[in-house]
Ligand binder design. Structure first.
Ligand SMILES: Cc1cc2nc3c(=O)[nH]c(=O)nc-3n(C[C@H](O)[C@H](O)[C@H](O)COP(=O)(O)OP(=O)(O)OC[C@H]3O[C@@H](n4cnc5c(N)ncnc54)[C@H](O)[C@@H]3O)c2cc1C
Length: 393
C-alpha cells in the first residue's frame, strides 16, 4: 500500500498553502473546528471568509470549473482541508458542509433555474442553510416523518414541525424533507423542498444544550406557501436524495471534520497529562497510548474511505464504521482528559476561549456525536446488514 501523495497532489497543496498565507487575515486564524454561531462577529467572519474562498475559486474545489470549482480529486480535497486546518481558517457555518450536502443535491437533481438561483449565494456565504429532516417522532426512523406539503395551484402549503435543526435561527433557507404524496408508501411519498426561512408561517425556537449554546432549534411550519418550482428532483422521490445527503454527511464531511477534531482532543489530553505530571502514571500512559492507536486507526480508515470514494464517486456503507469509531474514540478521549484534570475539571466552565473551557465544552459536546447524523445503534445495524450481510432484525 502506498500512502505517498503524487507530485500533482503536493503541488496542489502547496498552491493552496500559498493562497491561504496571502489571503487569510491573521486575526481570523483561530483554528476552530466549526464557527461559533452564537457570536455575531464570528458569523460575519465566517461569511466574509466564505466569500473570499468563493472569489479565489476555493469554495467547492471538487465541483467542475464552470460551476466555480477546480475539478479537484477527493485526495486534493483532503489535502486542502489539511491546509485549512494548518492555517487555522474559520470553518463553514450553519449545517456545516452545506455545500457538500444541499449544494451537491442541487447540482445532481436540481433544475437549471435552481442552480442559477441557489449555488452562487451558497458558495459565497451570502445565504446560510439548515437541514430540516428530523422530527419529534422521526429521527432514526426518518421515513415516518409527518410534515406535509400539499399542492395548491403553483405552490405547496407546508404544515408540520422539525426538531434538532442546527442553526435554523440564523439560516436563510432550509432543505426540507416532507410528505407530498399522501397516498404513497412512506418511503415513496417524500420530497425535498427549498424553503425560505423568512416566509410567513415559519417560526423558530432555539433549544439550549448542556454546553450552554443553542446550536439546534425547533422549527414550526404553519400554512407556509412555497413555490412549486422549489421542489428538488421528482415529486415523491425525496428519499433517494435525502439518503445521498446523509451518505455525504456520514462520509467525507464526517471524515474531514473528525480527523481534525480527534487529533486536537488527543493533543489536549497529552497537554493536560504533561502539565499535571501524570504522564508517568501507568494507567494514564496506557490510556493515552490506546487513544493514539485509535486515532491512527481512524486516520487509516479515512484513507481507505477516500480511496474508495476516488474509485466509485460515492461514499459506501463503510462510512458507518468511521462514524461509530470516530464518535466513540472522541468520547473516550474527552473522558480521559477530564479524568486527568481531576477536581480541577469541576471548576472548568464550558466555553470557547482558553484550554480548560474548551476541554469542558468539548467533553459535553462529544455526547452528541454518537447521535448526530445517525446514532451508533443505527450505524451498527447498517454495518450488520450491509457489510456483514446479516438479515434485518
Ligand atoms: C448535535 C446534533 C445536531 C443535529 N442536527 C440536525 C439537523 O441539522 N437537522 C436534522 O434534521 N437533524 C439533526 N439532528 C438530529 C439527528 O439526526 C437525530 O437526533 C438522530 O437521527 C436520532 O434521532 P432521534 O433523536 O429522534 O432519536 P430516536 O430515533 O428516537 O432514537 C432514540 C434511541 O433509540 C435508538 N434506536 C432507534 N431506533 C433503533 C433501532 N432500529 N435499533 C436500535 N436502536 C434504535 C437510538 O439509537 C437512540 O439511542 C442533530 C442531532 C444532534 C445531536
Amino acid at each position: 500500500m502506498d500512502f505517498a501523495f503524487s507530485h500533482e497532489e503536493l503541488a496542489f497543496a502547496a498552491e493552496a498553502r500559498r493562497w491561504l498565507e496571502k489571503t487569510l487575515p491573521k486575526s481570523w486564524r483561530k483554528n476552530h473546528l466549526w464557527t461559533r454561531a452564537d457570536d455575531p462577529l464570528w458569523v460575519q467572519i465566517a461569511r466574509d471568509w466564505q466569500r473570499l474562498l468563493y472569489e479565489g475559486g476555493w469554495a467547492a474545489i471538487s465541483w467542475p470549473r464552470e460551476l466555480g470549482g477546480r475539478g479537484a480529486t477527493v485526495v486534493e480535497r483532503w489535502l486542502f482541508e489539511e491546509e485549512l486546518d494548518r492555517a487555522g481558517a474559520p470553518r463553514p457555518i450553519a449545517s456545516s458542509g452545506a455545500v457538500d450536502l444541499i449544494g451537491t443535491a442541487i447540482l445532481r437533481y436540481g433544475t437549471e433555474g435552481q442552480k442559477q438561483r441557489f449555488l452562487k449565494p451558497l458558495l459565497s456565504g451570502k445565504e446560510l442553510w439548515c437541514q430540516g429532516f428530523s422530527e419529534p417522532d422521526a429521527g432514526s426512523d426518518l421515513a415516518s416523518l409527518r410534515t406535509r406539503a400539499e399542492r395548491d395551484g403553483e405552490a405547496f402549503i407546508v404544515n408540520g414541525q422539525k426538531v434538532w435543526t442546527s442553526h435554523a435561527d440564523i439560516a436563510d433557507w432550509c432543505f426540507l424533507l416532507c410528505r407530498t404524496e399522501l397516498d404513497q408508501p412512506r418511503h415513496r411519498g417524500l420530497s425535498l423542498l427549498l424553503v425560505d426561512m423568512r416566509a410567513p408561517g415559519v417560526s423558530v425556537r432555539p433549544l439550549r444544550q448542556m454546553t450552554g449554546e443553542s446550536e439546534f432549534c425547533e422549527v414550526f411550519f404553519s400554512d407556509v406557501r412555497v413555490a412549486a418550482d422549489l421542489l428538488v428532483g421528482t415529486p415523491g422521490r425525496g428519499w433517494e436524495i435525502a439518503m445521498g445527503i446523509l451518505a455525504h454527511e456520514r462520509g467525507p464531511v464526517w471524515t474531514f471534520t473528525f480527523q481534525r477534531k480527534i487529533r486536537r482532543s488527543l493533543a489536549h489530553a497529552l497537554d493536560v497529562a504533561g502539565k499535571r505530571a501524570l504522564c508517568k502514571e501507568r494507567i494514564t500512559r496506557q490510556q493515552l497510548a490506546q487513544s493514539w492507536i485509535e486515532v491512527k486507526l481512524l486516520e487509516l480508515m479515512g484513507y481507505r474511505s477516500l480511496t474508495k470514494l476516488k474509485k466509485t464517486g460515492q461514499p459506501g456503507p463503510e462510512s458507518s464504521i468511521e462514524k461509530v469509531l470516530g464518535s466513540e474514540t472522541d468520547q473516550r478521549l474527552q473522558e480521559t482528559t477530564v479524568r486527568l484534570l481531576g477536581p480541577l475539571a469541576l471548576g472548568a466552565v464550558a466555553g470557547w476561549e482558553g484550554t480548560w473551557q474548551r476541554i469542558a465544552h468539548d467533553y459535553l459536546y462529544a455526547r452528541s456525536e454518537t447521535i448526530m447524523g445517525g446514532t451508533s445503534e443505527i450505524q451498527r445495524n447498517l454495518i450488520a446488514q450491509r457489510i456483514l450481510g446479516l438479515p434485518r432484525s
